[in-house]
Design a protein around this ligand. Structure first.
Ligand code: 5GP
Length: 347
């Protein structure tokens, strides 16, 4: 047993220090970024925010709504190939450029992923994720996917430490998914005691990835737009959001009514709800590592995404970053013991 003594930080432990700025307006801030991906060598530009590949967030409808903001959706892995075929036939090119095809790591998943990718050359992004990206089985799958799909951009995870980021990039990942335990409906830290404060994971993993010309996506733990700014400030190239985009009209979640009020169910992908829905229950040998919550309906996602992008533009103006790309080098975090003033949160 060993103990690491240096303090690891989450979003709630810091604020971004304001800096002198010459920017006149938030509208001067450019949120689009252009990336060249390590393995396929192709480029992509857009707003580097990704709706999570959870079955009530990463929906086809979400992809259509978010693409108009130049934002990406990692479409969940539970649509059939036929549903994908209809989607690809129906939507314009601009939407397919903003879509990731998610896959698990079984042989059947591999076959299905290839069938979906074959539907359109515009489907360039693949998202391969498992709860524990440290497993050898996962790395083998990643290598196989890289060989089979040399022209695709592969996003793979989840991990939280630099050495595993390097291993995934060398095994074929272009973007490494970073986050174990921070998610809004995740109970991994409670059930297993395993995890890593998200901001430190981002800072350490970004450094490892950038050294190999790879990118990272900060996945999980953002609860307000300021957290998204902190993730980018810490060095994330992309930020993935689940809970912040849940409960909207585009989510295709189950609606429940209580005392005349309507709610939408939102649950972790390793929760009992998800396992009941997709694999016929929780296997004997495992515990659910996600929970189910009821969210008040939040209407169209466009209001929430505008709020997030507006917050991000504002963060950039506070530190004098005219482009999102500059936010990291203009960020100084200060460690704090307080965040929001809670006096009126009852109202
Ligand atoms: P959020 O933005 O809601 O804080 O986090 C979203 C992320 O939580 C997802 O992208 C995924 O990585 C993670 N996640 C989703 N469902 C589960 C789950 O059931 N268990 C765990 N451990 N993580 C989950």
């Amino acid at each position: 047993m060993r103990i690491e003594e240096d303090i690891k930080l989450g979003f709630k432990d810091v604020l971004i220090r304001p800096k002198r700025s010459t920017l006149k307006s938030r509208s001067d801030v450019e949120l689009q970024r252009e990336f060249t991906f390590k393995h396929p060598g192709c480029t992509w530009s857009g707003v580097p925010i990704i709706a999570a590949n959870m079955d009530t967030v990463g929906t086809f409808r979400m992809a259509e709504a978010l693409a108009s903001f130049d934002v990406v959706t990692a479409v969940h892995k539970h649509y059939t190939v036929e549903q994908w075929r209809a989607f690809v036939a129906r939507v314009p090119e601009s939407i397919l450029r903003h879509v990731m095809v998610s896959t698990g790591t079984s042989e059947a998943d591999f076959v299905k992923m290839k069938q979906i990718l074959a539907l359109s050359p515009l489907l360039t992004f693949i998202c391969i994720d498992v709860a524990n990206g440290y497993s050898e089985h996962f790395v083998n799958f990643l290598q196989k996917a890289r060989e089979a799909c040399p022209n695709n951009v592969i996003c793979a995870g989840n991990v939280v430490t630099g050495e595993m980021v390097e291993e995934l990039i060398l095994s074929g990942a272009d973007i490494v998914k970073v986050g174990i335990g921070p998610g809004s409906v995740c109970t991994t830290r409670v059930k297993t005691g395993v995890g890593y404060p998200q901001l430190s994971a981002v800072i350490e993993c970004a450094d490892a990835a950038h050294g190999l010309s790879g990118q990272i996506v900060s996945d999980g733990g953002c609860s307000v737009p300021g957290d998204v700014a902190k993730a980018f400030g810490g060095g994330a190239d992309f930020v993935m959001l689940g809970g912040m985009l849940a409960g909207h009209d585009e989510c295709e979640g189950t609606l429940v009514e209580e005392n005349g009020e309507k709610f939408m169910l939102f649950y972790g992908m390793s929760s009992e709800s998800a396992m009941n829905r997709h694999v016929g229950g929780v296997a004997q040998y495992r515990a659910a590592e996600g929970k189910t919550v009821r969210l008040p309906l939040r209407g169209p996602v466009e209001h929430s995404i505008r709020d997030i992008l507006g917050g991000l533009r504002s963060a950039c103006t506070y530190v004098g970053a005219s482009r999102l790309k500059e936010l990291t080098k203009r960020t100084t975090f200060i460690r704090v013991a307080e965040q929001e003033n809670q006096v009126f949160t009852q109202l």
